[in-house]
Write a protein that binds this ligand. Structure first.
Ligand SMILES: *[C@@H]1O[C@H](CO)[C@@H](O)[C@H](O)[C@H]1NC(C)=O
Ligand SMILES: *[C@@H]1O[C@H](CO)[C@@H](O)[C@H](O)[C@H]1NC(C)=O
Ligand SMILES: *[C@@H]1O[C@H](CO)[C@@H](O)[C@H](O)[C@H]1NC(C)=O
Length: 377
């Protein structure tokens, strides 16, 4: 962790020098002189995230991208209306395009299957609690997964949804197999991308899902034979539903049933470190969703004024909203060293990054007779 501390210290130094006006030369030609701090920060970044480059030209190119990304992160932090911190992340040497290619969905976007949106019964008198965090219930939310170079966020979000609902409903701790979802997938494209509903179709077609332990994640891009029949099933689903695109309804469902999947625009996550992201439609287009994650809860942060009083924001210069900020808590699939120990938060109440576009969840149940399934149209 010493290197992480050093990295954040150096980054702070760099941000100060950026603020003092070296932004111009920093963004200049890669061949031009680079400020000392930048090279230093880049070196620490390389060692922290084990990055090596084929030759010095490639290293210079990555250093240039890194510099642009840090400047971009600083700009994002200035624009953000929430409390998010942006800066050095494991993805700081990637261009926005590289990042989208490696971590986004591959399939064309905007085509949801004909899954009707589910209106919840009204007037059950259940008001939405002010906070909800399924991580606080023991053994419901399993450890954060790491998709590595496999574009399988859709399968990981589906697996996390199923296992948490299974735990809540049947009080049985399970971790389900993502690899089975990839190997047996006939609707999506395995490690090349897919949608959450593709995973649910596979679970229905396979009449359940094996455990992660029995059928472990390999995360390579080779197509493997579906080994569903060789393994005992540990969880089943009855069907899956799309919730209404309404954040209040989503909160109500989440609080009463458990975590659900959502698909968001992941663009800002490349630079995200911590805090609540509060973007606008300009900084994070809610129509361009390309990354599926698990929504595990919601809450409210302390107001800025209170944070200042407690000294947490000592010396923070930027003017910030004073009112408490409502947020969603989301579980990502980029390992526990990304973001807030693998999680991140988005502002709740403004359709941040398209969070209401595809609120999809399985409904778990004991095994029933197999029904015919087909890929969503
Ligand atoms: C670091 O990366 C190299 C190749 O890029 C790899 O062989 C090595 O196993 C990695 N080490 C760690 C600790 O991840
Ligand atoms: C979607 O499904 C409903 C019934 O489930 C049907 O009435 C409607 O025509 C379908 N829409 C499309 C575009 O297939
Ligand atoms: C369902 O599974 C069978 C093999 O058991 C496979 O041939 C078929 O393509 C699968 N269909 C879907 C929609 O996954």
């Amino acid at each position: 962790m010493a290197s992480a501390r050093r990295l954040s210290y150096l980054q702070a130094l760099l941000v100060v020098s950026l603020a003092q006006g070296i932004r111009g030369p920093l963004l200049g030609q890669a061949s031009g002189p680079q400020p000392l701090e930048l090279k230093e920060v880049f070196k620490v970044f390389q060692s922290q995230y084990n990055r090596s480059y084929s030759d010095s030209a490639e290293r210079a190119r990555r250093l240039d991208i890194f510099a642009r990304n840090l400047a971009r992160a600083q700009q994002l932090e200035e624009e953000d209306l929430g409390t998010a911190k942006f800066g050095v992340t494991p993805f700081s040497d990637l261009t926005e395009e590289d990042f989208g290619l490696v971590y986004g969905h591959h399939k064309s976007l905007g085509k949801a299957p004909n899954v009707s949106r589910k209106a919840l019964p009204e007037g059950r008198g259940e008001s939405v609690p002010s906070t909800c965090d399924w991580r606080k219930m023991a053994d419901i939310i399993k450890p954060v997964r790491d998709q590595k170079n496999c574009k399988c966020c859709w399968a990981m979000a589906a697996a996390s949804n199923i296992e948490s609902l299974w735990g809540i409903r049947f009080h049985q701790s399970v971790e389900v197999s993502v690899q089975e979802l990839l190997d047996c997938d006939r609707c999506g494209n395995g490690c090349s991308g897919g949608f959450v509903w593709d995973a649910f179709v596979t679970v229905l077609n396979n009449s359940g899902l094996a455990s992660e332990k029995a059928y472990p994640f390999r995360g390579d891009n080779n197509a493997h034979r579906c080994q569903a029949k060789q393994h005992k099933k540990v969880a089943w689903i009855q069907d899956f539903i799309m919730l209404q695109d309404n954040e209040q309804k989503i909160a109500e469902y989440l609080a009463t049933h458990g975590p659900i999947t959502v698909t968001i625009n992941m663009k800002l996550l490349q630079h995200y470190q911590k805090g609540v992201i509060r973007a606008t439609a300009d900084t994070c287009d809610p129509r361009q969703v390309d990354h599926s994650v698990l929504l595990v809860g919601f809450g409210k942060s302390k107001s800025r004024a209170r944070m200042r009083a407690e000294g947490a924001q000592a010396g923070a210069p930027a003017p910030r909203p004073r009112r408490a900020i409502s947020y969603w808590i989301l579980k990502n699939s980029w390992g526990p060293n990304w973001g807030e120990e693998g999680y991140f938060r988005l502002h709740r109440g403004s359709n941040t990054c398209g969070i209401t576009k595809y609120p999809l969840t399985a409904r778990v149940d004991q095994p029933t007779k197999k029904r015919p399934v087909s890929c969503p149209p």
